[in-house]
Design a protein around this ligand. Structure first.
Ligand code: G1P
Ligand code: ZN
Length: 544
């Protein structure tokens, strides 16, 4: 019987879990007791571990291996009955969500800072998922925070490290540690949703794809499913080996960070379809030959075409999107006669709607799309659904987009991010904005008339909980909109996000460049919020 140590400790500042768990500089996570404190606080916040089953995995980033050994020894000391861990601590976020559900686990821990860079100088993160497979709700993350403030000891067994490269069962004290193939169960789930034969035929017909795993966790998943099973030629998956520093890249699937893929997709000999996924595999970017599909449009297209895939042939119960996501999907929902929900930013808000069967598909403008098959967004799922649709419709991506806009009109959309700005000044900007909301309606700016302005407050239709202050919305006559909010996932200073949208349905204006189509809205955003005055920046760092 291993020796259980009770280690006295004191609270450590800055352990406030945000929209997606706790994210910090790796060095902060590696300081003595930091991870241990947060882990013990989490175990206490979920009511202890006695007799429970947990899932553990991560995106392969630096410190995952060491963190996993600490967590599993602490789990054993806290009475966990079984820990199901991905081989080499690998599990994409959606695969972890699936395992929690399939194995009826009580929850899971995912070691990832998602799309943030990894390495000793970069970021690390840890998040807790609940028995439904979804991110911890606000009440749980609030309890974790409370526990981190009062913690005075943690428990850990003294034992040698387990060999997590070895599949199968190992024993640690009273706890069973089961090392599983990270891909297998996820792969089986995908087979139940999509017409693999149709996709196989599409790929056999010469339809070419390039999928960028960005040196992160999805490489093994994409290789196994797209290349080995569906028959895409070897090499169709780029950067397929997970590296602890993601090859020094920034594993965020957007046109800025997935530059290599953008180059391939906009070259003369571009493949028919391109996609990228983020560090932990929950985000996706979709491309056609010389075509970039915005995440908001991707959600709308998936809602309109999901019935082509066997898993959704009976239609959708409803659709949900985060508030800043463009309203393109709402237009499709209206036509289909299904409900459309608007939730705050962060996947956890979709959980209740999915659990209650109110929605089948959900999406966020930040490159997240998913469905009720798990309780996380799912990058590879989105890619497979697109491929299934392309296999049935047999049209290029660009044509699918054109036909979509011709039918529903186009919501021109862009997000401008100002990263690492002074946090205090950014907060001042948002509170100045919130303070001026009542005076805005009726004001004319850049030829646009403000119709309404508010600070978004969400009442959950399932549990009636209220989440206030989720972003300032400025709505203009004619359907244009600006949203201002501060990121909850940044690790340095504050990140200001400005979301810009305008609806257009004149056929001759559907093909404009979004930044051009949005120019007056962009100027209005500066005038309304005085971004330059508060942030000292005259241009955003990233436009997506
Ligand atoms: C960002 C995205 C949000 C997403 C989250 C986790 O959060 O905007 O849509 O759910 O990452 O991937 P933010 O930094 O804006 O709080
Ligand atoms: Zn992610």
């Amino acid at each position: 019987m291993e020796n259980i140590m009770v280690v006295p400790t004191t609270p450590i500042e800055g352990q406030q879990p945000g929209t997606s768990g706790l994210r910090k500089k790796t060095a902060e996570f590696m300081q003595p007791h930091f991870l241990n404190n947060f882990t013990q606080a989490t175990f206490k916040a979920v009511g202890g571990l006695t007799g429970k089953i947990l899932v553990l995995g991560g995106d392969g980033r630096y410190f995952n291996d060491k963190a996993a050994q600490i967590i599993l020894k602490m789990a054993a000391a806290n009475g966990l009955s079984r820990l199901i861990v991905g081989q080499d601590v690998l599990l994409s976020t959606p695969a972890a969500s699936n395992l929690i559900r399939q194995r009826k686990a009580d929850g899971g821990i995912i070691l990832s800072a998602s799309h943030n860079p990894g390495g000793p100088e970069e970021d690390f993160g840890m998040k807790y998922n609940m028995a439904n497979g979804g991110p911890a709700t606000e009440s749980v993350t609030d309890r974790i925070l409370e526990e981190t403030r009062t913690i005075n000891f943690y428990q850990i067994v003294e034992a040698p490290d387990l060999d997590l490269s070895k599949l199968g069962i190992q024993q640690l004290g009273q706890m069973i540690a089961e090392v599983v193939d990270p891909v297998r169960d996820y792969h089986s789930l995908m087979e139940t949703l999509f017409d693999f034969d149709a996709i196989r035929d599409l790929l056999a017909s010469g339809f070419s794809i390039t999928v960028d795993a960005m040196h992160a966790v999805t490489g093994p998943y994409a290789k196994a499913i797209l290349e080995k099973d569906l028959g895409a030629p070897t090499g169709s998956v780029l950067n397929a080996v997970p590296l602890s520093d993601f090859g020094k890249g920034h594993p965020d699937p957007n046109p800025v960070w997935a530059k290599e893929l953008m180059g391939i997709m906009f070259a003369d000999d571009a493949p028919d379809f391109g996609a990228a996924m983020d560090g932990d595999g929950d985000r996706n970017m979709i491309l056609g030959r010389s075509t970039y599909v915005t995440p908001s449009d991707s959600l709308a297209v998936l809602v309109a075409n999901a019935h082509f895939a066997p898993g959704y042939k009976g239609g959708l119960a409803g659709v949900a999107r985060s508030m800043p996501t463009s309203r393109a999907a709402d237009r499709v929902a209206e036509k289909l006669g299904i409900d459309a929900f608007e939730t705050p930013t962060g996947w956890k808000f979709f959980g209740n709607l999915l659990d209650a069967g109110k929605v089948t598909l959900c999406g966020e403008e930040s490159a997240g799309t998913g469905s009720d098959h798990v309780r996380e967004k799912d990058g590879l799922w989105a890619i497979l659904l697109w491929l299934n649709i392309l296999a049935v419709r047999k049209q290029p991506v660009a044509q699918i987009m054109e036909e979509h806009w011709a039918e529903y009109g186009r919501n021109f959309y862009s997000r401008h991010d100002y990263e690492g700005v002074d946090a205090a000044r950014a907060k001042e900007m948002i509170s100045a904005l919130s303070g001026s909301l009542d005076s805005l309606p009726g004001t004319k700016i850049e030829g646009l008339v403000i119709q309404a302005a508010d600070d978004f407050s969400y009442s959950d239709p399932v549990d009636q909980s209220v989440s206030p202050n989720q972003g300032v919305r400025i709505m203009f006559e004619g359907g244009a909109r600006i949203v201002f909010r501060l990121s909850g996932t940044g690790t340095v200073g504050a990140t200001l996000r400005v979301y810009l949208e305008r609806y257009e349905d004149s056929p001759e204006l559907l093909q404009q460049d979004p930044q051009v189509a949005l120019a007056p809205i962009i100027r209005a955003a500066e005038k309304i919020a005085q971004i330059q005055k508060y942030t000292g920046r005259d241009a955003p760092d990233v436009k997506t």
